[in-house]
Design a protein around this ligand. Structure first.
Ligand code: MOS
Length: 732
């Protein structure tokens, strides 16, 4: 991959469709006879439904049916088999029984002729409860008893306890992070349309193949009967990876009524019934010798989970491999609270985990009297100690050096509050970032068509990150066609099976398959071209090349590829390819990076802001510098949100979320985003990982960001904030 299309800063090819409103999302589909569903949601966090009176609600205009635990059809709990691409995010299906496990749980579903009528009637459903005292926070849950250890994500090597006890320098601190809620612009939504036992399922989904398989399992039907579609989604950040209760509820209602049903989850219930990042308590013990060489790392974490799922936030997932250290213990545990079921949120585990680890590394540097960057460099390794395997491709040292140079780190004076700009005290902090490089099986189909275009299809999806564009670039690179001649179709489970848009693995999984399929399509074309009576009848296919829409013979003539197809009387030359998600066991595959952050603290007016960020990222081959930079820039924004703003607040009397709306759940606005953000993409292809050298870039940018901000805040103020988000009250 070495021409001007791979690595170019191409704008998104789906941009015009989105800006002009041609792009249709899950709730933009209106099949004939469409009905609209609206939920009734529990307003207690724990207990039982004592009674549901629907009589008054049923008499409201336009009401067609009201479902609840007494009349909802019996379905099958999905086995959640990841290998079979099947997973519900909340093990309990909606309306299974009269138990209430969290505030904002579906307790009834009103279906009416219009959205407004369904919503109005929902207010007339009269639910009474037998309320029990809810567990409203992770802290409260831990008071009730020991958390449940998660054995599968544990790691130990060496003897961390004794190495820590005998270390010259020690840090033993606890960090806490709050519940954070995904707030994609597009609401969760389902439009379910059954026809003769076949289902068309429009879902705001990060994975149409998983959606298809999961709905098939829940409804006990052959997956071939389901077409799951998500050609466009307004992002998800992990909340749309797997099926939530609303999708099951709408699909069941549609089947019962014999009419299509559309259900949009209200923003308030996106804080309860479609996942969140759980709260974490993390204890870090770091031991180092006099020179700052790490002797021991212990990272024990516990996260909140619900009573209807067991979600583990793997906070120590990076801790076990980031630094050179022989004595390491990483443990994870969960404690149940009366909140909806948590799920993956951008860089699950690593985002809160690196807040703790990379804050603790700075605390250790302070104790030793070392520069925080020098301490990290002193513990640099090119071997994954948790697997005893070399990293396939690591340029973290270059990230440290390039980032530091661009930022001007050598001008940092270490004394607290020693750097100023007018009324602002400046703080400079940094942190490493890290994410596993993952990939999955993928199939793709590419066709060169007699109308002069290429058609690419794959059942992965573009969640707003630029997948359409990089898929088109990959096909264009092989086929020698301009981008506007490449037609890309994603987000439909009818296409060749592709990966979830998650785990930062979509690009690394899909692009090699698309590349291989495009090559096969070109090969088929060349095969046609050298057949008897064809244009290049006597040529060898190896001497043919495809560029600018023409097939050319080395030292000979060029012919429009369309002519070859026309002469052969075929509509297309196509290729189908499969690439494996298997990676072998010789290397550890990870991506690396470093954030450098300047904060400004103005004590006179108690203003804290992030002024400047430099992030150097080592993510393999960069396919599109624009969309790749956008991913890191967005992740920096989300990391600033994690550091300074985001927290889902619960009323500790009732367990109900309080700031469940866009006004009160704070995320960074444009005014909070630094004017000066510089993303340095290192662009070293990792050919040990896949043929194209691509690793993902969606998640790594958020990791370490909150620690870099916290470290900068400490440098400015001398206040070590170990409980996110950092608020101005913490600094006054
Ligand atoms: Mo990501 S949390 O796998 O969408």
């Amino acid at each position: 991959m070495s021409n001007d299309i791979i690595g170019a800063a191409k704008p998104r090819i789906d941009g015009p469709d989105k800006l002009s409103g041609r792009a249709r999302y899950a709730a933009d589909h209106y099949p004939a006879n469409l009905t609209y569903a609206y939920g009734v949601f529990s307003n207690i966090a724990s207990g039982k439904i004592a009674s549901i009176d629907v009589e008054k609600a049923k008499k409201q205009p336009g009401v067609i049916e009201i479902f609840h635990h007494d009349n909802f059809p019996k379905l099958h709990r999905s086995p959640s088999n990841f290998a079979q691409q099947n997973k519900v995010d909340e093990a309990r299906l909606p309306f299974e029984d009269n138990n209430v496990y969290y505030g904002g749980q579906f307790v009834a579903l009103v279906v009416a002729d219009t959205f407004e009528n369904a919503r109005d009637a929902a207010h007339f459903v009269d639910v009474t409860y037998q309320e029990s005292k809810p567990v409203t926070s992770l802290t409260a849950a831990l008071k009730n008893g020991d958390p449940k250890q998660a054995k599968s994500s544990r790691h130990t090597r060496g003897d961390a306890d004794s190495a820590f006890a005998s270390a010259a320098h020690q840090v033993d601190v606890t960090y806490t992070t709050p519940v954070e809620t995904h707030n994609p612009m597009e609401m969760h939504a389902t439009t379910a349309d059954w026809n003769n036992g076949n289902l068309t399922f429009y879902e705001a989904s990060q994975g149409v193949v998983f959606a298809k398989n999961t709905i098939a399992a829940v409804f006990g039907i052959n997956p071939a009967r389901i077409d799951a579609r998500a050609p466009y989604i307004g992002s998800g950040f992990g909340s749309k990876l797997w099926i939530w209760p609303h999708a099951v509820a709408a699909t069941a209602a549609s089947r019962e009524l014999g009419r299509p049903v559309q259900l949009v989850v209200p923003r308030a219930q996106m804080f309860t019934t479609t996942g969140h990042r759980p709260a974490t308590h993390q204890n870090l013990k770091l031991g180092a010798d006099a020179n700052g060489k790490l002797q021991a790392i212990v990272h024990d974490s516990v996260n909140s989970t619900s009573f209807v799922g067991n979600y583990v936030e793997t906070c120590g997932s990076v801790t076990k491999s980031l630094y050179d250290c022989s004595n390491v213990r990483v443990t994870h545990a969960t404690a149940q609270v009366n909140q909806g079921t948590p799920t993956s949120m951008r860089a699950p585990g690593a985002a809160p985990g690196l807040f703790a680890l990379e804050s603790a590394i700075d605390e250790l540097a302070e104790k030793i009297g070392m520069d925080p960057l020098a301490l990290r460099k002193a513990n640099y390794t090119e071997t994954d100690g948790s697997k005893s395997l070399p990293f396939s491709s690591i340029h973290l040292m270059e990230c440290y050096e390039k980032g530091a140079k661009e930022f001007g780190w050598d001008k940092r004076t270490p004394e607290i509050g020693s750097m100023k700009n007018g009324t602002e005290i400046l703080g400079w902090g940094m942190a490493a970032c890290n994410w596993e490089a993952l990939k999955r099986d993928c199939n793709a189909r590419v066709a060169l068509r007699a109308d002069g275009t290429a058609f690419v299809s794959c059942a992965t999806q573009d969640i707003g990150t630029g997948t359409y564009t990089i898929v088109a670039q990959t096909a264009a690179d092989v086929l020698g066609l301009p981008l506007d001649k490449i037609h890309v179709e994603l987000g439909d489970s009818a296409y060749p099976s592709g990966p979830l848009s998650g785990g930062s693995w979509a690009s690394a999984s899909a692009l090699p398959a698309i590349h291989a399929a495009a090559k096969k399509a070109a090969d088929q074309l060349k095969g046609y071209a050298v057949e008897e009576d064809a244009v290049f009848a006597d040529a060898k296919t190896d001497d043919l090349s495809l560029a600018d829409g023409k097939l050319s013979l080395k030292g000979g003539q060029s012919v429009d590829f369309v002519q070859i197809l026309q002469k052969r009387k075929v509509a297309e030359a196509f290729g189908e390819a499969y690439t494996t998600g298997a990676t072998g066991d010789e290397y550890s595959f990870r991506s690396f990076g470093a954030h450098f952050v300047e904060i400004g603290w103005d004590p006179g007016i108690s203003r804290l802001r992030v002024n400047r960020v430099v992030s150097a990222i080592d993510c393999g081959q960069i396919v599109n510098t624009k969309t790749a930079s956008n991913q890191v820039e967005g992740a920096i924004a989300m990391g600033i949100g994690m550091a300074l703003f985001e927290q889902t607040e619960y009323d500790h009397r009732s367990g109900m979320p309080v700031n469940n709306n866009y006004a009160e759940y704070l995320v960074p606005t444009h005014a909070d985003y630094p004017e000066d953000v510089n993303v340095l993409l290192l662009d070293y292809p990792d050919y040990k990982f896949n043929d194209l050298g691509i690793r993902g870039i969606g998640e790594i940018g958020i990791t370490g960001m909150a620690a870099a901000v916290a470290n900068a805040v400490y440098h400015a103020t001398g206040k070590r904030v170990r409980d996110l988000p950092i608020r101005i009250e913490d600094l006054m």
